[in-house]
Design a protein around this ligand. Structure first.
Ligand code: CMC
Length: 390
């Protein structure tokens, strides 16, 4: 037993050592395996970054080719799995369906469940990277009652995801490369973020030697919350509500600052960043670029920029070091691309997937790993006599 320290929300307690992602929250720095996020976003593809996170090194051209073709080969979902998507109400939240779908992979790929078998974990890695985007696209299609397409291995990872989500049989056409490039870049920005809530959950579940699908599906559940990945959906709802009330942000900001009804400026603040989130800066530029390319102006982007401007000059936010985080501007891009609001957080999950996998693998490969089992400070009755005659 010994001395137990109470640290709600793990404000000061490191749960693990890790060599995957480095964050300096005061300086606003994020690096994957030592490489600055802006350089990766500019120069790499999402699959290349996934490889980097999972294996520790950027792939050579041959390694990337081998990894890509393995992933592409496995993008089909088992035919029986299609019935799965019709077993939920069509308006059920995509994150709930995705969480169930990811855990259900364990029933189809029972030869990949043993965390102590490197080959099984390697195959499970490929299967997850391959099948999760197909699953997300099918969830989006099913919500609208539209027919499903089969993956096309001749297309790039992101292009084919886009195609599976939006195209119809016999109406298949080329995807605008500017959009796939932007989506690829957004996925890179989401790919890992050290011991955030969902990643810690993946590690916690995996620490019991649960299979990787179980661990990742728990991560999807953690990500769905509005304080975590669900914030991208909440930001759009917040901006839409401000627009509907005439576009005046000051009344909304008054409520935020008075903490009325627990209202928060969604997409702002971060446990680790006490400076501008480096991802948010890149996403903000991308929002302008994508909307410009699509020739779409969005009043919501103006409202978002107005909110940021007010916040960055307001003592409430300055004192608390609250800056835009990655979720503040992403939804506006997803919306311009045509994704329904409820699909925003699944896109975050698709991006975070290699991070979850890398962290699960780092944990199981580490001989010092122990089952995650926090202690508590008990505050209840010490001992009571059970009422006689009850
Ligand atoms: N709007 C208004 N006030 C805020 C906000 C916000 N978005 N975020 C924090 N605060 C205030 C909070 O009320 C507290 O004030 P006080 O000191 O007077 O009690 C202070 O700032 C510190 O906040 P905290 O809740 O103790 O900070 P935390 O590290 O526990 O929470 C957070 C971090 C991200 C959950 C929080 O900032 C938040 O709720 N933000 C809005 C939701 C959001 O955008 N989440 C996405 C996070 S980034 C990517 C991801 O994980 O998905």
């Amino acid at each position: 037993t010994g001395l137990v320290t109470l640290d709600p929300g793990f404000m000061n307690t490191a749960s693990t050592t890790s060599a995957i992602t480095y964050i300096d929250g005061d300086a606003g720095i994020l690096r994957y395996r030592g490489y600055p996020i802006d350089q990766l976003a500019e120069g790499s593809s999402f699959l290349e970054v996934a490889y980097l996170l999972i294996k520790g090194e950027l792939p050579t051209a041959d390694e990337l080719e081998a990894f890509t073709s393995r992933v592409h080969k496995h993008r089909l979902l088992h035919e029986d799995f299609k019935a799965f998507f019709t077993a939920f109400p069509a308006n059920g939240h995509p994150m709930a369906i995705l969480q169930s779908g990811v855990s259900a992979l364990a029933t189809y790929y029972q030869h990949t469940l043993d965390p102590r078998d490197e080959e099984q974990v390697e195959l499970a890695t490929v299967l997850l990277m391959a099948k999760v985007p197909t699953m997300i696209a099918y969830i989006a299609k099913r919500a609208l009652g539209l027919p499903l397409l089969y993956p096309d291995a001749s297309k790039s990872y992101v292009e084919d995801f886009y195609r599976l989500t939006f195209h119809l049989p016999y109406q298949d056409h080329d995807v605008d490369p500017a959009l796939t490039k932007a989506l690829d870049m957004l996925l890179i920005l989401h790919a890992d973020h050290e011991q955030n809530c969902s990643t810690s959950t993946v590690r916690m579940v995996g620490s019991s030697n649960a299979n990787i699908y179980s661990a990742v599906s728990a991560g999807v559940g953690a990500l769905s919350g509005p304080l975590h990945g669900g914030a991208n959906e909440s930001v759009l709802e917040m901006l839409t509500a401000i627009q509907a009330s005439g576009g005046d942000a000051s009344e909304f900001m008054r409520k935020v600052k008075n903490k009325e009804d627990g209202v928060r400026l969604m997409g702002f603040g971060h446990r680790v960043y006490k400076n501008y989130d480096p991802r948010a800066a890149i996403v903000k530029d991308a929002a302008h670029e994508v909307l410009g390319k699509l020739g779409k102006s969005d009043e919501l982007l103006d409202i978002a920029m107005g909110l940021e401007e007010i916040a960055l000059n307001d003592d409430y936010f300055i004192e608390r070091k609250l800056y835009p985080n990655v979720d503040f501007y992403t939804g506006l891009i997803y919306k311009a691309m045509g994704f329904p609001t409820q699909m925003f957080t699944p896109l975050f999950a698709m991006g975070r997937l290699p991070g979850w996998i890398a962290q699960y693998r780092e944990m199981i490969a580490d001989p010092t790993t122990k089952i995650g089992r926090p202690r508590q400070v008990y505050t209840g009755e010490t001992e009571r006599q059970y009422p006689a005659g009850r």
